[in-house]
Design a protein around this ligand. Structure first.
Ligand SMILES: Cc1cc2nc3c(=O)[nH]c(=O)nc-3n(C[C@H](O)[C@H](O)[C@H](O)COP(=O)(O)OP(=O)(O)OC[C@H]3O[C@@H](n4cnc5c(N)ncnc54)[C@H](O)[C@@H]3O)c2cc1C
Length: 537
């Protein structure tokens, strides 16, 4: 009798109070807050420090000099966002930013100083110097180091590195659990939580040319959408104007701060060309600079490309190797020097303004699921992010999401345990599908788009998606397969939103609709189940 009863009792999945997906600035800031009230498990796809946060060079924008600076920071953020910044979100960002950054300094983040005073740099589209940086051009690594140091000391924070989330379980309109895959042991296990925070960062890997590291495949965004959460503004992908352009070398970022320190852009004839595109010249908003570089780099014949250069040879009074040690080291590996050479550059996918739609406190449209940082879309960046606003976004909205989770106080759900050991499918076929997808996205849904390119892209997308569907079986799994599914779903979301927005705004430029159309499109795109609608926020 006892045995019969025991077999009827559902074995609950293992549990934690709060499950945080991602250990970048947003996930870590949230975890530190959440740990005051319960047990936190932070999951990361690779080693703890590997994230977009780690690679952030230029710095963190923050208005530390009072009300006027805060008002100007808001104005700059709205201007860069090209009429689509959700003002309430931007207001939160700029006004809570100083508090969050002061807290970070108190926790040991070593921003660069001169005679004890914080050094402030200026970047594109900022009306004042207000960018704090660390070790010259290693700001993200320093922020990541200091947050990790605090989080690691906390007895209620556990980490699961080299582990990836592959599925979100939703029951009765609430996210209740997630499946975690550890590639080394090929084991998949389910874990339930009172709340799940997606802080899994961006999705630059959906494009063949990107500044983002390999972990940035947009998994959290794709899974949230599959679980029933709304996405927003997916058509807005920021292309950084100046990634290193050397054959066979990764698109290493050449920070905006180089132009802040006076770098010029020159075309193949040595001409400084930005005066033909924008009055702020090299410090114009990113999308303008990126498109200008793309145009200057187009040859007379289709497919022909011409080099475009970043030039600092004229900059005097700064030791560029000292100010930009990381960049200088990387360039030296390839025989280049900021003092001596013109550096070949081209745009690369950099930052996703869209993502999982959230309110100002990280709540998604699915109960129990929260999002913060680059994976989330509060509307704070509108159609184009102001340089160096995203590290700040991670801090401010990471903390707010944690507070909302605590305030909502959801109970621990019951969820049946589930564990399996999937077998790895053919890696060559999966890699080929990923490469085809990324190339298609660059060509058809990249910096310049139009109806034809987006339709071509959608047709290729269907083929790639069909190819991958043979691997859509639960008993098959590998990190690259899960990533391939995420990338396909992300690409679909971007293609749909880019087709629906028949205007040009911020980072979304349509050759066939080159003008901004406020009457019809001063609105955010919202996607659910592959349906798009536009909403005013
Ligand atoms: C080269 C570069 C330079 C930049 N420079 C600046 C700058 O100067 N200033 C600025 O403000 N912004 C900059 N940015 C942008 C900024 O770094 C990011 O927007 C920000 O750090 C994102 O933080 P996040 O916490 O949202 O995500 P991330 O820092 O990207 O962290 C994502 C985390 O999620 C984990 N993850 C992803 N998928 C999964 C999964 N399936 N399962 C488990 N874990 C997962 C990753 O392992 C990682 O730990 C830069 C970005 C890049 C790439």
């Amino acid at each position: 009798m006892l045995q019969v009863l025991a077999s009827k009792v559902m074995a609950n999945a293992e549990s934690v109070d709060y499950l945080v997906i991602g250990a970048g600035v947003a996930g870590l800031r949230a975890a530190i807050e959440l740990a005051r009230h319960g047990e936190v498990l932070v999951v990361t796809k690779e080693a703890l420090g590997e994230s977009n946060t780690h690679y952030a060079q230029g710095g963190i924008a923050v208005a530390l000099s009072g009300e006027e600076d805060i008002a100007l920071h808001l104005q700059d953020t709205e201007y860069a966002g090209d009429g689509l910044v959700y003002r309430s979100a931007a207001q939160v960002l700029v006004s809570e930013g100083p508090l969050r950054v002061e807290e970070l300094i108190a926790w040991g983040t070593g921003f660069d100083r001169l005679n004890g005073q914080l050094l402030l740099a200026r970047e594109a589209a900022h009306s004042l110097p207000r960018i704090l940086h660390a070790h010259g051009d290693a700001t993200g690594a320093e922020i990541s180091r200091s947050l990790l140091a605090i989080a690691r000391q906390h007895p209620r924070i556990r980490f699961a590195d080299w582990t990836m989330i592959t599925n979100l379980v939703a029951e009765d309109g609430r996210a209740v659990a997630a499946d975690l895959f550890a590639p080394e042991s090929a084991s998949l296990r389910r874990i339930r939580a009172r709340a799940i925070l997606i802080a899994s960062g961006g999705a630059g890997q959906v494009y063949s040319d990107t500044t983002n590291p390999a972990v940035a495949t947009g998994d959290g965004i794709a899974l949230a959408a599959q679980a029933g959460a709304e996405l927003a503004d997916m058509e807005f992908y920021q292309f950084h104007p100046t990634a290193l352009s050397l054959p066979g070398v990764p698109r290493f970022l050449l920070s905006e701060a180089l132009r802040g320190e006076g770098a010029y852009l020159r075309n193949h004839s040595g001409e400084r060309f930005m005066d033909r595109y924008h009055p702020q010249l090299e410090l114009a908003p990113r999308d303008v600079v990126a498109r200008a570089i793309a145009r200057e780099g187009m040859g007379a014949n289709p497919g022909e490309s011409l080099p475009v250069y970043l030039d600092m040879r004229h900059v005097e009074g700064i030791d560029l190797n000292q100010r930009f040690p990381g960049i200088s080291r990387f360039l030296a590996l390839h025989g280049l020097s900021l003092h001596r050479d013109q550096i070949p550059v081209r745009p690369a996918a950099h930052y996703l303004m869209g993502g999982i739609r959230t309110d100002l406190d990280g709540r998604t449209t699915l109960r129990g699921l929260y999002a913060a940082g680059e994976a989330a879309c509060t509307g704070v960046h509108g159609a184009n992010r102001l340089a160096s606003n995203s590290l700040l976004e991670g801090l401010v909205f990471g903390a707010r999401a944690a507070n909302a989770i605590l305030e909502d106080g959801l109970s621990l759900p019951s969820v049946e345990a589930h564990a399996t050991t999937p077998t790895a499918p053919d890696p060559i076929q999966i890699e080929a599908a990923i490469t085809a997808l990324r190339t298609m996205m660059w060509q058809d849904a990249g910096l310049l788009r139009d109806r034809q390119s987006l339709e071509d892209g959608s047709a290729k997308h269907r083929e790639i998606s069909e190819e991958l569907s043979q691997f859509a079986k639960p008993e098959q799994g590998s990190r690259r397969l899960y990533e391939a599914h995420a990338l396909v779903s992300l690409a679909q979301a971007i293609l749909l939103a880019a087709q629906a927005r028949t205007e040009s705004r911020g980072a979304h430029f349509r050759n066939d609709y080159p003008k901004r159309d406020d009457e019809n499109f001063r609105k955010h795109s919202v996607e659910l189940n592959e349906e798009i609608r536009f909403e005013q926020w």
